[in-house]
Design a protein around this ligand. Structure first.
Ligand code: COA
Length: 693
């Protein structure tokens, strides 16, 4: 997800400069000066130090696994391809400028396009500023494993000032789990938390097999999502990573109360092993039975504040040494686990039934923002890289603080858990002889809340409820088809869905908008994402043809095929490091770093328009599992759309803001389903005509 300053947004929720990106939010960041760039800390190390982070201390136990997986996870294999990965290229300047003009054209008027073309021509002229910036970028690329990654982590995440809840942290929802009583609730929580701890042990052992995409290895760096916490700063945050030897615990949160629970212990033979599930389960039962039902000062809610506000509040909180110790416990934990209450509309459901889409939307909303301070927003520490959420209604999910990595590596832990369960392997049944004296009970963190911190928390509750109550989130399972139909017509399913999203938007607004799709650039060392610009001149023609009843079906089908092909072509460029978006960002940032006045191409209104992503989208495909990822829209008048296409159905999440009078997630999902059906019908109607030729 990614963003940059929305130049037009006002009001407290959108205040400040919104720079950014995870791929969804990247606008303009006028205040990014030489000084602020100088403060930027490297976010990846370029040596072995960046692989794993086990540090010194005891040897790590290799966790038991299903026998079917024997040989699949091997110590030391995870980074075997890392050193042979190519570096992210700096694309040719003229190529980027041509591509920029192409993607910006359908978004602006002819008159604006003329001005933009002039600004681009001036920028790209021989001996002009563009060439100088390109030279500087090449210089930077020579000295780093990735010319982009530190900038990206800073600009897209750490310097982003809106609350990370909803605006940056994506949520992942699992299929419904067995529920109905406290035992099942505790079982779900223990499975989730110990499953993640086990997965982290595999990461620490560098035992995860290397990922491949289209036959080529991918960068594995961003699997390292555990024991990481974002720490708020005055103008930009930092990312803290704790070595496993100092990070042996998780934080359990119930009713806004925090508990430290050790989940690793040192065995008599000196290895670090996973705490037995029986101990974890009994501690979770104890927490559920003893956590007071109400909490006047739920400190975690502060992490859902605007980042500047949270920074100030944290400074006030840590004046007290006892609070400092609580923060230290939280910020060095492996992950957090929220023991959530059920939403009133999901609390009395038949436990044997899966959630329907309405219920799934509520549960996914709970993961994304906690459904308000009266429910579970108080059970979050939004800065922790991985937050597991378990709810009384059978909901199971997690939240990702985005600085550490992207959706696919985060979801891999979920696939690992679900794969083990589907093999009939339950890690809760593993035997583990442990000396009783080495197992510590969970310990509640005790805060000293001063009058000023009490005020901070009260304000945070109001702001939290405003934001969480504003999210209009719909999860929908499109049952008619999945990847099967596009494949039947020899089209990329991703391109097909992207075109359908454009058509849905067109049906509602009769215009196109800037549209963002994340493309993984993990073929490159430390690669994360670039932007696929799905809207093109050809897709624009397709949208117009679809709303014109006089256009013959054959023509519609041809335009559809060309639109999807154009999208696939753009995807190939983006995953190969040749898309224009990150390159333009690099040129902009290197100008700022070198103290060069921002060139006209970046002050041209078309540039900020192209970064106002009314449609921020992402595919997170998880074959065979009904997992859904969701995130907030990245502009106040936009939609966030994420989808998981399966063979013959597609699970989608759509978010927008209720405060925007122009958006409506329910209507959007109806139009999206309608668009998918119409596009299938067009292809089916045109197929016999094409066959006759
Ligand atoms: N004819 C028939 N089949 C086709 C086809 C065509 N013309 N084009 C593609 N296919 C097939 C593919 O072989 C693939 O088959 P599979 O189901 O056996 O795997 C399937 O259709 C899907 O391919 P496609 O729709 O092109 O998408 P993709 O899986 O290659 O994914 C991206 C495209 C952009 C989503 C992917 O490259 C990516 O970057 N994913 C990560 C995104 C991310 O990081 N998101 C999170 C950000 S927080």
């Amino acid at each position: 997800m990614y963003r940059v300053a929305s130049l037009t947004s006002t009001g407290s929720r959108w205040r400040g400069t919104v720079d950014l990106s995870c791929a969804r939010y990247l606008h303009k960041r006028p205040h990014l000066t030489r000084g602020s760039m100088a403060l930027m800390q490297p976010t990846v190390a370029s040596s072995r130090q960046s692989r794993g982070y086990s540090g010194g201390g005891p040897k790590l136990q290799f966790p038991p696994l299903p026998k079917e997986w024997e040989g699949q996870y091997k110590v030391g294999q995870m980074f075997t391809q890392q050193d042979s990965l190519p570096r992210l290229p700096v694309p040719p300047l003229q190529q980027t400028l041509e591509r920029y003009l192409k993607f910006v054209q359908p978004l602006i008027s002819e008159e604006e396009f003329e001005k933009t073309t002039a600004a681009v021509t001036e920028f790209g002229a021989e001996g002009g500023v563009g060439e100088e910036l390109q030279r500087l970028l090449h210089e930077r690329a020579k000295t780093k494993d990735s010319w982009l990654i530190d900038w990206w982590n800073h600009v897209a995440y750490l310097a982003y000032r809106l609350p990370v809840m909803v605006h940056s942290n994506p949520a992942i929802g699992f299929p419904r789990q067995p529920c109905g009583d406290q035992d099942k609730f505790v079982t779900n929580a223990t499975r989730m938390l110990l499953g993640c701890v086990k997965w982290n042990m595999l990461i620490q052992n560098e035992a995860i097999p290397v990922d491949y995409y289209r036959g080529k290895p991918l960068c594995m760096h961003h699997y390292q999502l555990y024991s990481k916490c974002r720490i708020p700063g005055p103008t930009a945050d930092t990312l803290r990573t704790t070595p496993i030897n100092e990070s042996r615990h998780v934080i359990v949160i119930r009713n806004g109360y925090f508990y430290r629970l050790d989940v690793l212990y040192e065995t008599p033979d000196g290895t670090l092993a996973v705490t037995p599930s029986s101990h974890v389960m009994s501690e979770l039962h104890h927490i559920l039975e003893t956590a007071p039902p109400t909490n006047e000062y739920p400190v975690g809610i502060l992490t859902n504040e605007h980042r500047d506000t949270w920074y100030q509040a944290r400074e006030r909180l840590r004046k007290d040494p006892q609070n400092q110790a609580c923060l230290e416990d939280i910020e060095t934990s492996i992950l957090t686990v929220s023991l959530d209450k059920a939403h009133p509309h999901t609390m009395n459901l038949d436990p044997s039934q899966p959630f329907n889409d309405y219920q799934r939307s509520l549960v996914a909303g709970n993961f994304l923002h906690g459904n308000g301070s009266q429910l579970n927003s108080i059970n979050r520490w939004s800065d922790t890289c991985i937050q597991c959420c378990v709810s009384e209604d059978g909901g199971l999910g997690s939240l990702l603080e985005h600085t550490g990595g992207d959706g696919p590596p985060a979801v891999s832990a979920d696939i690992f858990l679900l794969d083990m369960l589907s093999l009939g392997y339950d890690w809760l049944a593993e035997s583990s002889p442990v000396p009783v004296q080495s197992l510590k009970p969970a310990r509640q963190l005790r805060w000293n809340i001063s009058a000023e911190s009490a005020n901070d928390i009260k304000t945070a509750i109001v702001n939290n409820d405003k934001l969480s109550g504003d999210v209009d989130l719909r999860v929908v399972t499109f049952q008619d088809f999945g990847k099967d139909i596009p494949k039947k017509f020899k089209l990329s399913p991703d391109g097909f869905i992207q075109t359908a999203i454009q058509l849905a938007y067109w049906k509602l607004y009769h215009k196109t908008s800037a549209m963002y799709e994340s493309a993984a650039t993990r073929w490159f060392k430390y690669g994360r994402t670039d932007t696929i610009r799905s809207v093109s001149n050809i897709s624009h023609s397709f949208l117009k043809a679809m709303s014109d009843p006089t256009t013959p079906v054959k023509e519609k089908a041809e335009l559809l095929v060309e639109s999807v092909k154009a999208h696939s072509h753009y995807t190939n460029e983006a995953i190969s490091g040749q898309a224009p978006d990150r390159h333009l960002l690099g040129l902009r940032l290197i100008a700022s770093e070198a103290g060069i006045e921002l060139p006209g191409i970046f002050t041209d209104p078309a540039y900020s328009k192209s970064l106002h992503f009314n449609l921020s989208t992402s595919q997170v495909a998880v074959a065979n599992y009904d997992i859904i990822l969701c995130f907030g829209a990245v502009v106040p008048d936009g939609y966030g759309v994420c989808y998981n296409p399966q063979t013959n159905k597609t699970i989608m999440s759509i978010s927008s803001y209720l405060s925007c009078p122009h958006t409506d997630s329910a209507l959007f999902q109806e139009r999206l389903q309608e668009s998918l059906r119409e596009m299938r019908d067009v292809m089916e109607a045109a197929a016999p005509l094409a066959a006759k030729l």
